[in-house]
Structure formats: structure tokens, C-alpha cells
Design a binder for this molecule. Structure first.
Ligand SMILES: Cc1cc2nc3c(=O)[nH]c(=O)nc-3n(C[C@H](O)[C@H](O)[C@H](O)COP(=O)(O)O)c2cc1C
Length: 279
């Protein structure tokens, strides 16, 4: 086992945490991030070479996906006994340097371990969900978690979204509904401004809510494709946030069907492919 001097996790612990963090969801599984490990901590960078297109929604997807992997990494190191102190955008001269995670030895709580255990079970579940109400208080709990981290939280009214037979979710404003909403609840996370920092924060909170939903036994799927239409995004902002927040991501939440056909565990890039070790 390799060790560093002083109070820093051994490298096997870090490698394992980064491998677990890679389970984070990302738009089209693009995994648009890079890590750098130095004696000061773990640095996260956006990897723009993995951006899926030229639109602003593609830029948002990179930042939200990076926020999700940042949160997954924080959960993984916490469970390994290292409390993360996260500095977002630590280098004013480098906007691709999204975070520096410093690590302080600290035992995890039972809640920390529960959230970490959800990482291996979570999948983007695009199946139709069961017609059953969510557990009492669960939406309120997700709401509190989002607002605790400074995000705006809303539920998209069923009249304004639909899900087609092939599983595509679409927002519906000012036109005839092509398909009705299904049994899921469609959540929306918003930010007070549309900055890179808040887009990363939205990804962190999206990750937190999905892991919390998984630990309650619920299925979930993050969705940003329906927000790529600027008019729909604006109409949603007016409908749910009175025009006072920018929708960043949707999350479809509900009970998975008992169809014996769970979503597959998709491949991830390996830690050596994403990580530079400068120790
Ligand atoms: C920012 C972001 C946007 C996403 N947008 C969509 C989407 O519009 N439609 C969809 O079906 N899945 C979407 N996903 C889910 C990803 O496709 C999924 O996370 C990825 O393929 C990895 O699969 P997994 O989450 O099951 O590990 C999105 C995920 C993220 C993080």
C-alpha cells in the first residue's frame, strides 16, 4: 500500500474513492471531467473535449455533470473517513478548475454511509414507474435538502409535461400535449443566476437528491434534454419559479416497476484515464 506523509488518505483509498465517484451520472455518460491529485488535495477540472455539442445546453450539461461527480467524490471520501472541504472555482485565472477538495480525517456518520451505499445502486431509470404515491414526506425531504444547499426546488405540474411511448420526456407549454405525463413526479432544480458556479452547484444537489431518493428505495432519472429548448426553459421558469430562478435540471422520481428488467450498469472511464497524480 502506498502512503503519503502527514494527514492525507493513502493513495489506494483515493483511487477507490475516485472509482466510486465515476459512478456519477453525466449527460449521455460523457463523463466530462478530469482529476488531479496533489499534496494539497484533489482538483476537479471540466474536460471540454467531452462536450456533446456547441449549444449553451451542452455547456450546462458539462458543468452539471461535473457537479454530480464532485458530490459523488465528496460522498465517497466521507464514507472512507475523510471529511471534504470543497473550494469551488479556487483559481480565478482558470475557469476550468471547478473545485479543490481538501481532506480532513473524520469518521463518517450513519447517514453518510447510507448515502454512499446508494451510489452503487443508483441508475438512470427510464422505465415507466408504478402508480403508487411517493413515501409520505419524501418530497418535502428532497425540497429541504435542495434549499439547504441554496437551490430552488419545484414540481413540474402534470399538465406541462408528457412522456411518449418510447420514453422521451418533453415539456409542454403553449401547444397540444403529444403524450400525457406518467406516474412519475417530475422535479426541477433552479438557480438564482445562470453562472458556471451555480450550474456546478445544481449538479451537486441533483446528485444529492438522486442518492437520497435511491436510499428511500425510489427510482430516478436526471433529464436536461427537455430544457434545451430556450422557450420551454423560460416558460418553466415562469410557471414554477415565478420567473425568479433558472431551471438547470429535471429529475424524474418514482417507484421502479417490478418488471425484472433493471437498467444496466453502464461502463465508466477508469481512474488512470481521468486522473493525474502529482505527488
Ligand atoms: C446533466 C445530465 C443530463 C442528463 N440528461 C438526460 C436526458 O435528457 N435524458 C435521459 O434519458 N437521460 C439523461 N441523463 C442521464 C444520463 O444519460 C445517465 O446518467 C448516463 O447515461 C449514465 O447512466 P447511469 O446514470 O445509469 O449510470 C442525464 C444525466 C446528467 C447528469
Amino acid at each position: 500500500m502506498r502512503h503519503l506523509a502527514g494527514s492525507f488518505p493513502d493513495l489506494d483509498t483515493l483511487e477507490r474513492a475516485l472509482d466510486i465517484a465515476a459512478r456519477a451520472p453525466s449527460a449521455q455518460n460523457a463523463q466530462p471531467w478530469r482529476w488531479r491529485v496533489t499534496p494539497s488535495g484533489v482538483d476537479l477540472f471540466a474536460d471540454w473535449t467531452r462536450r456533446l455539442g456547441d449549444g449553451d445546453s451542452d455547456r450546462r450539461d458539462v458543468l452539471i455533470s461535473c457537479g454530480a461527480v464532485l458530490h459523488h467524490c465528496a460522498v465517497a471520501v466521507t464514507a472512507a473517513g475523510w471529511a471534504p472541504r470543497v473550494h469551488r472555482f479556487p483559481d480565478r485565472a482558470d475557469g476550468d478548475h471547478l473545485a479543490l477538495i481538501e481532506l480532513i480525517e473524520a469518521p463518517p456518520s450513519a447517514a453518510d454511509l447510507e448515502l454512499a451505499a446508494a451510489i452503487g445502486r443508483r441508475r438512470a431509470d427510464r422505465r415507466p414507474y408504478r402508480a403508487e404515491s411517493l413515501p409520505a414526506g419524501s418530497l418535502e425531504m428532497l425540497h429541504v435538502r435542495a434549499e439547504r444547499d441554496g437551490l430552488r426546488f419545484g414540481v413540474v405540474p402534470k399538465a406541462h409535461w408528457g412522456r411518449s411511448a418510447d420514453g422521451e420526456v418533453a415539456l409542454q407549454f403553449g401547444r397540444r400535449a403529444d403524450a400525457p405525463a406518467d406516474e412519475a413526479v417530475l422535479l426541477v432544480l433552479g438557480t438564482e443566476s445562470d453562472t458556471d458556479l451555480l450550474r456546478v452547484r445544481a449538479g451537486e444537489v441533483m446528485s444529492d437528491l438522486m442518492l437520497a431518493a435511491t436510499s428511500m428505495g425510489l427510482a430516478s432519472c436526471p433529464l436536461t434534454m427537455p430544457l434545451s429548448d430556450t422557450r420551454d426553459r423560460l416558460a418553466l421558469a415562469c410557471e414554477v419559479f415565478d420567473g425568479e430562478a433558472y431551471p438547470q435540471t429535471l429529475i424524474r422520481v418514482g417507484w421502479a416497476p417490478d418488471d425484472g428488467n433493471p437498467p444496466p450498469m453502464l461502463e465508466r472511464r477508469s481512474v488512470p484515464e481521468t486522473t493525474e497524480w502529482l505527488l
